[in-house]
Design a protein around this ligand. Structure first.
Ligand code: FUB
Ligand code: ZN
Length: 665
C-alpha cells in the first residue's frame, strides 16, 4: 500500500492498512464500529429510503425520491467508511453490501459520469444548478472519496473509474469554471487531491486548485445567492407538486422524526444567520482563501475547506496559503473553540460565533465539525511537524469526536452541547444523517494518525497501542510496537527494532496536559524540561501549545522507550471574556474532559452543584484496573459529586449534564 508523500510536507503518512491496532480502548471502539455501527447505519439508510433513491433510478424499484437534496452523500460516505473498515478486516456480509452498493451506483451513474439523484429524479434535464445551496459537487466529492477508499482496500480499478469519471465530468462539463461554480459546501477539493495522490493524474490536482483559487471571488455574491435561493425554492415547490401527483405524503414517517436543526440560540440569531448567508460568510465565500484568516461560517464547511487548502499547500508549497492557515488555526483554538475541542457555537448557521462567544447550552459543536477539524489538524501536522496539531487531534478525538456515538454504536449525537437539561439524547438516525458515517470512517482509519515518517525520522504523534513494520528503501525494516494505558493511565512502552545500520531519529510527542513527564530510553532517563506551566491563554482553558516533540536517537537493533506521562486532574478556567464560564471550572484528567450527569449527582437540577477548594478529588476506580476512570469530588462532610468522561455521557438514559461547574475558592 502506498503512503502519501507530498513534496512540501515535513513527514509522510503511513497508510493505516500497515498499522495493527492492539489498543484496549481504540480496538473496542473499532470493533463496535465494525460489528454494530456500520450495519446499523446501513439499516437506517434502507429505512430512510436513501438507497431506494438509487434503486428507483436504476429501475430496480418503483417509487418516489425521498429526503433532502444531499442524501446521496450519506450513503457514499457510508460506502467509504465500510471500505475503510474492510481494509483491515474481513466481513463477507459487509463486503457484499459494499459491492452491491457500488454496482447500483454504477448503474445509476450516467455515461458521462453524472450522478446526483435529486436532479436525476426530479429534473432530468437540469444540471449544475445552485452551486451554493444544493450539493451536487459535495455529493460527487463523497462518491470520489468512497471509490478511492474501495480501490485502496481491494485494488478494484473498475470502481475507482466511477470516481474518475465523475471527476472528469467536472473537468469537461464545467470547462468554463468560474467563481460562481465554486461549491457552497467544500468537500470535492479533498476528494480530488486524494484522487490525484492515487492516480498521479495532474488534472485532478489542477481542478482542486482551480476550485479553491476561484472561491470568494464572486462579484455581488448577494445577487447570486438571492437568485439561487429563488431557484431552489421554486424547485422545492415543483418537487412537492410531483410528490402530490404521485400521491405521496410530503413528510413520510421516516423523515418526520429525525430533524435536529436546533434554533435555540442567542437573540438576534436569525438575522445574524441571514446576514452571513447574504454576505457569503456562511459559505466562506466572502473572501479569497488567502484572506480567510479567521474561522467563520458553517463549521463543517470551514473544516473541509481548510483541510483541502492544507492539502493543496502540501502539493504546491505556496507559503502564502500556509501563513493564512496557521493564523486561522490559532484563531480558532484561542478564541472560537470549546474546552471539549468542539467548534461551531451557533445553532441555525451551524457555525462559528464571535470571539469568546461560547455558550454551553446553545453550543452546536456538530460531530462532523470536530471531525473536519481533526482532518485539518492532521494535514497541518503532516505539513509542518508542529506538535500543537497532534495535541489538538488527541484532545478532539477523545472529547469532541467520540461523544458523537453511543457505546453500542447505534445512536448518535449531531450537536454536542456542554450543558443540557434531561431531554437531550442520542438518536438512531437523523433527517440530515451526515454524522454517523463520518464517525465510522474516522474510527476505521484511526491508525493513520499515530505515526508518520520522513527519510530519517519516525514521528510518534499519538499513544495508541499498535504495531507496524516500515520497509526502508534498501530492503531493511523498522519494526515498531507500542503499548499504551491511554486515556486512563499515562504509561506507554514502545519497542523499536531498527533493522538499518544507520541511527534512527525519533520525535516523541509530549502532550500539553502533562507535567513532569519521565522518559527512559533503554532504561536511561532522558533529560526533559522538569516542569512546564500550563498555558491557559485560550478562550476555552485548553491550550495545545505546550506540547512538543522530544528528539531521540536510537542505535541499530532493539530499543525500548518507556514513558510515564502523569495524568493529573486539572481545574481549567476559561478566559473571562467567555461570559457563561465566569466563576466556573472544567475538570480534566490527562487527555479527557469530565462532566457531571444528574443521574450520578443526587440533585436533578445539576446547575446548582458547585465545588470548592476544600473538596478532594479522588479516582473512584482502582489503579490496577484499565477501566473508565470516574472522579469523585468529596467535601469534608463526605458529600460527593461524581464526574465521568464527557465522551461517555448520555449512555445510561436521559440525564441533565454539565461540563463547567461553579467553583468557590
Ligand atoms: O450540508 C451537508 C451536511 O449537513 C453538513 O456538512 C452538515 O453540517 C449538515 O448541514
Ligand atoms: Zn454531521
Amino acid at each position: 500500500m502506498k503512503s502519501n508523500s507530498s513534496p512540501h510536507s515535513k513527514s509522510k503518512e503511513v497508510h493505516f492498512s500497515k498499522i495493527t491496532i492492539t489498543d484496549e480502548f481504540w480496538k473496542t471502539k473499532q470493533e463496535t464500529n465494525r460489528n454494530s455501527a456500520i450495519l446499523h447505519q446501513w439499516e437506517q439508510l434502507e429505512k430512510s429510503k436513501t438507497i431506494d433513491n438509487f434503486r428507483c433510478l436504476s429501475g430496480e424499484k418503483e417509487g418516489f425520491r425521498t429526503g433532502y437534496f444531499y442524501t446521496d452523500s450519506d450513503s457514499h460516505k457510508w460506502a467509504e467508511a465500510a471500505s475503510l473498515i474492510l481494509t483491515n478486516s474481513k466481513s463477507r456480509k459487509l463486503e457484499k453490501l459494499v459491492e452491491d452498493y457500488f454496482n447500483l451506483i454504477d448503474k445509476v451513474q450516467e455515461d458521462d459520469g453524472y450522478i446526483f439523484t435529486y436532479n436525476q429524479f426530479h429534473f432530468p434535464e437540469q444540471r449544475w444548478k445552485n452551486f451554493q445551496i444544493e450539493h451536487e459537487l459535495y455529493c460527487l466529492g463523497h462518491l470520489i472519496e468512497a471509490t478511492c477508499a474501495y480501490y485502496l482496500a481491494t485494488g478494484n480499478k473498475r470502481i475507482l473509474e466511477i470516481g474518475e469519471t465523475a471527476a472528469k465530468l467536472v473537468i469537461n462539463g464545467l470547462s468554463d469554471f468560474t467563481a460562481k461554480h465554486t461549491p457552497g459546501h467544500p468537500e470535492i477539493e479533498i476528494a480530488l487531491i486524494k484522487l490525484f495522490r492515487i492516480t498521479k493524474e495532474k488534472c485532478y490536482l489542477e481542478l482542486a486548485e482551480k476550485i479553491l483559487e476561484k472561491r470568494g471571488r464572486m462579484k455581488f455574491f448577494v445577487l447570486q445567492i438571492l437568485k439561487e435561493n429563488f431557484s431552489q425554492s421554486k424547485r422545492t415547490k415543483l418537487v412537492e407538486k410531483q410528490r402530490k401527483t404521485a400521491s405521496i405524503d410530503s413528510m413520510t414517517s421516516e423523515t418526520k422524526i429525525m430533524s435536529d436543526l436546533s434554533k435555540d440560540g442567542p437573540s438576534g440569531l436569525f438575522i445574524r444567520t441571514y446576514l452571513q448567508f447574504l454576505s457569503g460568510k456562511y459559505f466562506q465565500q466572502n473572501a479569497p482563501i488567502r484572506k480567510l484568516n479567521k474561522p467563520i461560517g458553517h463549521s463543517v464547511r470551514w473544516g473541509y475547506l481548510a483541510t483541502s487548502i492544507t492539502m493543496l499547500f502540501q502539493e504546491t508549497g505556496d507559503e502564502s496559503l500556509l501563513n493564512t492557515l496557521e493564523e486561522s488555526w490559532d484563531h480558532m483554538v484561542c478564541k472560537r473553540m470549546y474546552v471539549t475541542g468542539g467548534i461551531g457555537s451557533l445553532p441555525l448557521s451551524e457555525g462559528f460565533g464571535r470571539d469568546y462567544e461560547l455558550n454551553n447550552r446553545h453550543a452546536y459543536n456538530e460531530t462532523c465539525a470536530a471531525i473536519s477539524s481533526i482532518y485539518w489538524s492532521w494535514e497541518m501536522l503532516i505539513a509542518t511537524g508542529q506538535a500543537q496539531y497532534a495535541d489538538l487531534m488527541e484532545w478532539q478525538l477523545y472529547n469532541a469526536f467520540l461523544v458523537g456515538m453511543s457505546e453500542d454504536g447505534t445512536t448518535y449525537f449531531y450537536r454536542n452541547p456542554l450543558e443540557t437539561n434531561g431531554n437531550f439524547e442520542r438518536k438512531p438516525w437523523y433527517k440530515t444523517a451526515c454524522c454517523p458515517s463520518n464517525i465510522s470512517r474516522t474510527l476505521a482509519k484511526i491508525g493513520q494518525y499515530i505515526y508518520s515518517i520522513d527519510d530519517s525520522t519516525l514521528w510518534i504523534h499519538q499513544y495508541v497501542g499498535s504495531s507496524f513494520n516500515y520497509d526502508l528503501e534498501d530492503g531493511k525494516v523498522i519494526s515498531v510496537s507500542m503499548k499504551s494505558g491511554f486515556p486512563w493511565k499515562g504509561n506507554v512502552k514502545i519497542t523499536i527494532d531498527n533493522g538499518s545500520e544507520k541511527k534512527l531519529a525519533i520525535k516523541l510527542r509530549i502532550p500539553s496536559w502533562t507535567r513532569k513527564a519521565l522518559i527512559l530510553v533503554n532504561g536511561k532517563e532522558e533529560s526533559i524540561p522538569e516542569f512546564c506551566e500550563l498555558d491557559e491563554s485560550t478562550a476555552s482553558g485548553y491550550s495545545p501549545y505546550n506540547s512538543y516533540y522530544l528528539p531521540l536517537e536510537l542505535d541499530s537493533g532493539k530499543s525500548e522507550i518507556e514513558m510515564n506521562l502523569p495524568m493529573e486532574t486539572l481545574l481549567r478556567k476559561s478566559d473571562k471574556r467567555v461570559k457563561g464560564n465566569r466563576g466556573k471550572i472544567a475538570l480534566t484528567r490527562g487527555p479527557l474532559v469530565y462532566c457531571f450527569e444528574s443521574i450520578d449527582n443526587l440533585t436533578s437540577d445539576i446547575p446548582d452543584s458547585r465545588i470548592n477548594s476544600n473538596m478532594v478529588i479522588k479516582k473512584l476506580s482502582s489503579d490496577s484496573e484499565d477501566k473508565v476512570v470516574i472522579l469523585g469530588i468529596e467535601d469534608p462532610s463526605g458529600e460527593a459529586l461524581k464526574a465521568i468522561p464527557y465522551f461517555s455521557w448520555g449512555n445510561r438514559g436521559k440525564t441533565a449534564m454539565q461540563v463547567w461547574i461553579d467553583y468557590e475558592k
